[in-house]
Ligand binder design. Structure first.
Ligand code: SF4
Length: 448
């Protein structure tokens, strides 16, 4: 049974010092009650309250952090629901690209560069490969430390050290401890040494076992050994079994408060077949990995997986919108075409992207449709000719251009007559139904 916000608030120091990152103790208490923060995140909590209540108020799934504190640290776990529509998913999973131990130093450095540069922009947000998996299996301890240090030096991506030999892991982890890498991974055979290493270096530890029951035993053993940040590791090639096990672990943690399985999951789907790897990665993004390990580094594989993450980890209760205002695309002047669209982010960025592709500088007036695309907004009565005219007036668009032509979406042809009759826009051009038609439309139809 969780604590209510007021029960949490009662044990807090009530100084509103903001050191927890929240403006007041009450705001922090509400986050603890919602399982979004641990009570122990308040640095001013008394020892008595810490001891008495930290377990009762802890989120059912642990938050795990890779990388040094600050910008660029990757956080995952601390999910609260089984299904996105129940609330939302909180921490998007990382794509982690593996650098094989067999690669030469030059090959490894080249792949690391590509990982660090794997950042893309989609609907106004950056999506990126978050982690590099530095495989140290079969290397000597010295070679492992050298490789880990060389690859981690100055890079953007967080580091996962992958190797089964505790002595080799120890050399690399100690060399890299200030980068707080994930140690991947401990097995039933190596658990004792790996737990001691994770405890010593304060690094998170990924553990795997032959069954969920053994995995729960291992996490308990690690916790007793002083390791709090744990990750459940799975071989994703046993796809059906792993989906079943991950789902069971998540349900046990979230629904039954079974803390021994209350940790995020890492799923390794590395293989030689790029297509299969992408499909498996997207599968485990949906169910329920916190890290997915792959081999591929080409955009053709990465972008679909990162897009799946971006789509699933949006808040379903908050429409994905852009600000309703006048946007200038390119070097506009008083002869530039004027278009309008809705404030649904995907619609806006599709239009903006196609205008850029056309190389014709344009004004785009954005109408507030509460985050709906053109047809949905029309069907839901969120856009009308009168609202378009009112918006363009409020944005002062007519003062920006000398012509009086307005390009409207091809899906709203019925708006033409009313806009021409009731506004300064005396020549309304019906544009293409799809944004992809904009470059051709502008090339063939537009003249101020
Ligand atoms: Fe209150 Fe603790 Fe947050 Fe300070 S750090 S505002 S005392 S909850």
């Amino acid at each position: 049974m969780g604590m209510t916000g007021m029960e949490v608030y009662k044990v807090l120091p009530k100084t509103n010092c903001k050191e927890c990152g929240f403006p007041t103790c009450l705001a922090f208490a509400m986050q603890v009650a919602a399982k979004q923060r641990a009570l122990t995140d308040c640095p001013r909590l008394s020892d008595d309250a810490r001891e008495a209540l930290s377990d009762a108020s802890a989120p059912p799934m642990k938050l795990v952090r890779i990388g040094p504190a600050g910008e660029g640290q990757f956080e995952f776990g601390q999910e609260t629901v089984m299904f996105r529509h129940e609330e939302k998913f909180h921490h998007p999973p990382a794509i982690a690209v593996r650098i094989p131990a067999a690669a030469t130093d030059a090959e490894a450095a080249e792949k690391m560069d590509r990982i660090n540069q794997a950042v893309f922009t989609r609907v106004g947000e950056q999506i990126a490969v978050a982690l590099a998996v530095v495989e140290i299996e079969g290397l000597s301890p010295e070679a492992a430390a050298d490789r880990a240090t060389a690859l981690a030096d100055g890079g953007r991506a967080g580091i996962v050290l992958m190797g089964s030999d505790p002595a080799v892991q120890a050399a690399a982890a100690r060399a890299l401890a200030d980068r707080k890498p994930l140690l991947y991974g401990a097995t039933e055979a190596t658990a004792e040494a790996m737990i001691a290493l994770a405890s010593e270096t304060k690094c998170p530890l990924a553990v795997s076992a032959s069954s969920l029951e053994r995995l729960a035993d291992l996490t308990q053993q690690a916790k007793q050994g002083g390791v709090e940040e744990l990750v459940l590791a799975f071989d994703g090639h046993r796809t059906a079994r792993v989906i079943r096990e991950i789902t069971t672990a998540r349900r046990a943690a979230l629904k039954k408060n079974f803390r021994a399985l209350g940790y995020p999951a890492l799923v390794d789907v590395t293989g030689d077949d790029v297509g299969r790897e992408a499909v498996l990665a997207a599968t485990f993004v949906a169910k329920y990995a916190g890290i997915v390990v792959i081999n591929g580094i080409d955009g053709a594989e990465l972008i679909p997986i990162l897009t799946a993450i971006q789509n699933i980890y949006t808040d379903p209760q908050v429409p994905n919108t852009v600000e309703a205002k006048l946007y200038e695309v390119g070097d506009v002047d008083e002869q530039a075409p004027v278009l309008f669209t809705t404030n649904f982010a995907l619609t806006y960025f599709s239009v903006e992207g196609e205008v850029e592709r056309s190389k014709v500088p344009c004004y785009i007036g954005v109408v507030d449709t509460e985050g709906l695309g053109v047809l949905n907004a029309y069907a839901g009565d969120k856009i009308s000719a009168e609202k378009v005219v009112r918006t363009l007036d409020a944005l002062g668009v007519a003062e920006k251009v000398k012509h009086r032509k307005l390009i409207i979406p091809g899906l709203l042809p019925s708006f033409r007559a009313e806009i021409e009759d009731t506004s300064v826009w005396k020549e309304v051009l019906i544009g293409p139904e799809s944004a992809t038609g904009i470059p051709r439309f502008l090339a063939e139809t537009w003249s101020a």
